[in-house]
Write a protein that binds this ligand. Structure first.
Ligand code: FES
Ligand SMILES: [Fe+2]
Length: 346
């Protein structure tokens, strides 16, 4: 069960060209391509005749010709040609709304009437010329997307999983604060007068100890902002203006459930320093990729462990934010199912 009336990332923009490509989102196969004018089209990837994936056919201009008997569909999924000349009235496929933003192709899986691109996650400094960006390829995870959402509401795991990069002693047991917002959950904490963790030591512009904020925020259905703030020790904390040497990194994470047991994970980071430093961007991408591989190994094994458990599992106080997120998302999915059921019954 997934939240249907929501935007998900279907692909990086460079992954979709004027060629038929199959992507899978929420267990649905979708045939995607760009028109000759560059617009992204997303059609149900199943010909209504014998269900051959349309992605196995060919493009004729901006229409898709089925590779079996030639039924041809336009960009909104309407059949425009059929063998024998008569087009059956049911010969159409669903066309999904899409929108390009942040170098990503977003797709709306629910009722197309409700698709509003204004609802896509707002990223504060994406177009800020004073901020730099690094990004890597999408990652395939062999786990349910909610395990990654859990992970991104869990600032403590860096102490155990990312000891060589994001973790250091204070990340083990500094108390967490939890905040429920209108569109998700935030788990955060300031750690005062601590040594910078190894990844950040290489990039922050001051020496000595720091005050460090971990802001872990996941919004429905499965999009996360992980904000890291480092200020010289004695200048941080929730109140007051930030020191001029403050380093901020916003890590953006978008989890797309491909199936119940697999997730495609898109990420990039924005930083408030050295926007044009390509070597820095590359180093950050490589280090982040390495850390995310550490997450992948843990989460793939957790998926397997939870799916095949032979004894009950327990929750801990540190799980409170994740459990709140899951409860609210479940309620939203139940509400959607109820409304759909009523509409079908009406
Ligand atoms: S399966 Fe597509 S036209 Fe026959
Ligand atoms: Fe992690």
């Amino acid at each position: 069960m997934f939240l249907m009336n929501a935007w998900y990332v279907a692909a990086w923009d460079h992954e979709i060209s004027h060629a038929l490509t199959q992507v899978t989102v929420l267990e649905k196969n979708i045939c995607m391509f760009r028109t000759q004018g560059g617009d992204v089209v997303a059609l149900d990837d199943a010909c209504p005749h014998r269900k051959l994936p349309l992605s196995m056919g060919r493009l004729q201009g901006d229409s898709v010709e089925c590779g079996y008997h030639g039924l041809t569909f336009d960009c909104v999924g309407q059949c425009v040609w059929a063998p024998g000349g008569r087009i059956p009235s049911e010969a159409r496929v669903h066309a999904y709304p899409t929108h390009e933003k942040y170098g990503l192709v977003w797709i709306w899986m629910g009722n197309p009437v409700l698709a509003d691109p204004e609802e896509i996650f707002e990223i504060e400094n994406f177009d800020n010329p004073e901020w730099g960006m690094n990004r890597g390829a999408a990652m395939e995870l062999d786990c349910n997307y909610l395990l990654m959402c859990d992970n991104l509401l869990d600032p403590t795991h860096v102490a155990w999983v990312h000891g060589g990069s994001f973790g250091q002693a204070a990340t083990k047991d500094t108390p967490l604060r939890i905040k429920k917002t209108d569109n998700g959950v935030i788990v955060h904490r300031w750690m005062m007068d601590v040594e910078p963790a190894p990844f950040y030591k290489k990039v922050i512009g001051f020496k000595g100890n720091c005050d460090r904020l971990q802001h872990y925020e996941v919004r429905y259905p499965s999009h996360a902002l992980i904000r890291a703030v480092f200020t010289p020790a004695g200048t941080g904390g929730p109140d007051g203006p930030l020191h001029p040497d403050t380093f901020i990194m916003d890590s953006m994470n978008f989890m797309t459930p491909t199936t119940a047991g697999k997730t495609r994970y898109y990420w990039f980071q924005l930083r408030n320093i050295r926007p044009d430093d390509e070597a820095l961007s590359q180093m950050m991408s490589e280090d982040v990729q390495h850390a995310f591989e550490e997450d992948r190994a843990v989460l793939n094994a957790v998926q397997n462990g939870m799916a095949n458990k032979t004894s009950p599992h327990i929750d801990l106080p540190i799980d409170a934010g994740q459990l709140r997120f899951r409860r609210q998302l479940e309620a939203m999915i139940a509400e959607e199912t109820l409304v759909d059921g009523k509409m079908q019954g009406a």
